[in-house]
Design a protein around this ligand. Structure first.
Ligand code: 2P0
Length: 349
């Protein structure tokens, strides 16, 4: 039948998320199960995002993938986990007799094209948006619906949080099989329209130690990380959820900064130590505290992931003044130095 040879093509986009309670450390490497829960804010769809197109056709010989125009290895273990789990769900749905299953046969191979609209080298959570987008797009191609964050998690831990917009928690779960380690929306993207995110790129260089191996070494060597996971994060998650629900910027900002600082302290407590913050990062931290002290209230917060780039949270009315301050102290240079993006938190998944 000729129509069977026509490829089924779907394109989707997924935004980056920024953690305010950080994920760092796994209890199961293969299933990607974390040692603590985490909470993040998903950016706007139109800002930092991955766009993925998946085509499936009976005429394709093999599954293949291109990232930012370059063909990559499809046998990558985490990629294979996502493909296998989506096909497993699709097969289950067909065996359950769902008449809505579309024409894509389960035996059909896929060609995947994925592009980021931001520099991958800047270390801005590209794997989170990337795997969230891959899983979402594959699900559409194979006619799968429902809870998909557990599959995105098996691509990259932080990816499960990009399956939802707004304020999202990744509940660590208790089970050994990971079935309860899922993302859940805390509040939708419309909840806090005054909240703003600025991304300050201090360096476009690749980070020296990747997150996956970095957190592995931290789990093996840092007793501070163990203390954090067991005794700090559980109560901090509850406080953060309350701050978000009440739209209490002071509480939100202080918890965000403290959690970023503790994450980087666990990196320093790792042996050998891991340094993600640069001298520019430290200057941004000092500037934020000086700014808040000047006004006698917490107007701005910083957070840093596995790299030197600062992510700033503030409220709409403080953006112009703070951006001016940043531009004064960190004038843009020509070595791919600094740029600022005003990113409203108003997103869909
Ligand atoms: C986070 N990070 O919560 C934390 C804060 C970096 C610092 O999630 O091994 O790329 O793929 O599960 O998700 C980066 O870790 O690691 C990360 P894998 P991932 O956003």
């Amino acid at each position: 039948e000729n129509s069977m040879d026509k490829p089924n093509i779907v394109t989707c986009a997924a935004p980056v998320n920024i953690a305010v309670i950080k994920y760092w450390g796994k209890r199961n490497e293969e299933l990607i199960l974390p040692i603590n829960s985490s909470l993040s804010v998903t950016l706007h769809q139109d800002q930092l995002k991955t766009t993925t197109t998946v085509a499936s056709s009976r005429s394709f010989q093999e599954d293949r993938i291109w990232l930012n125009g370059k063909e990559e290895d499809i046998t990558h273990q985490r990629l294979q986990s996502c493909l296998r789990e989506i096909r497993r769900l699709a097969r289950k749905r067909r065996n359950d007799g769902d008449p809505g299953l579309d024409s894509t046969g389960l035996s059909h191979k896929v060609h995947i094209c994925s592009v980021n609209n931001f520099p991958t080298a800047a270390g801005l959570a590209s794997s989170a948006a990337g795997f969230a987008c891959l899983v979402y797009t594959l699900a559409r191609v194979f006619g799968v619906e429902g809870e998909l964050s557990g599959i995105a998690r098996q691509g990259s831990g932080s990816a499960c949080r990009s399956m939802y917009g707004g304020f999202v928690q990744w509940i660590m779960g208790q089970k050994d099989d990971g079935k309860d380690s899922l993302a859940q929306q805390v509040e939708p993207e419309t909840h806090w329209p005054e909240l703003r995110i600025l991304v300050l790129v201090a360096s476009a260089e690749r980070k020296p130690i990747g997150s996956t191996s970095g957190m592995q070494t931290s789990v093996e060597t840092s007793c501070l990380l163990k203390h954090r996971a067991e005794s700090v994060v559980p109560s901090r998650m509850a406080e953060m959820i309350e701050a978000v629900q009440r739209k209490d910027f002071t509480a939100f900002a202080e918890l965000t900064m403290k959690d970023s600082n503790q994450f980087h302290a666990t990196c320093l407590d790792t042996y050998p130590p891991i340094f993600y913050l640069s001298s520019v990062s430290q200057q941004v931290i000092s500037l934020v505290h000086r700014y808040n002290r000047h006004y006698g209230e917490t107007r701005v917060a910083y957070t840093f992931d596995a790299g030197p780039n600062a992510v700033i949270f503030t409220l709409q009315q403080h953006v112009p003044e703070f951006v001016q301050l940043i531009q004064h102290f960190f004038p843009s240079d020509t070595n791919g130095g600094q740029f600022i993006k005003g990113l409203p938190v108003n997103s869909a998944s």
